[in-house]
Design a protein around this ligand. Structure first.
Ligand code: SF4
Length: 106
């Protein structure tokens, strides 16, 4: 991780992806736009900063799930919890979701 972060243009997201996919080393959870948006909507991360979101997620997601977790959020973010118009009524996570709870109150 430290060596990758020394490369120009490489931040933790890219370093996490390269380490996990090329070397099988899972040191963290890469936070892209989908992971960031869904983590905030679900209420499992409070920060807007990707580095802080990653730390929050690493505290609650079991380490053995760190590799799969971002891919699951990305798939959900592309199909259901889209940026502009989340399909909350179709969402299997709505009973767990802070964003949906807020919608339901209004
Ligand atoms: S209930 Fe809505 S906001 Fe919450 S995860 Fe599902 S689609 Fe996203």
């Amino acid at each position: 991780m430290d060596e990758l972060l020394e490369l120009p243009g490489v931040a933790r997201k890219t370093a996490n992806i390269v380490l996990a996919n090329a070397y099988g080393i899972v040191e963290g959870i890469p936070v892209d736009t989908h992971v960031s948006r869904l983590s905030q909507r679900l209420g499992i991360a409070k920060s807007k900063d990707p580095i802080k979101i990653e730390k929050e997620l690493m505290e609650i997601v079991p380490e053995k799930e760190w590799f799969d977790f971002p891919y699951l959020l990305q798939a959900h973010g592309r199909t259901i919890c889209t940026a502009k118009k989340p399909k909350c009524e179709e969402c299997i996570l709505k009973d767990l979701c802070d964003y949906y709870a807020t919608l339901s109150q209004n």
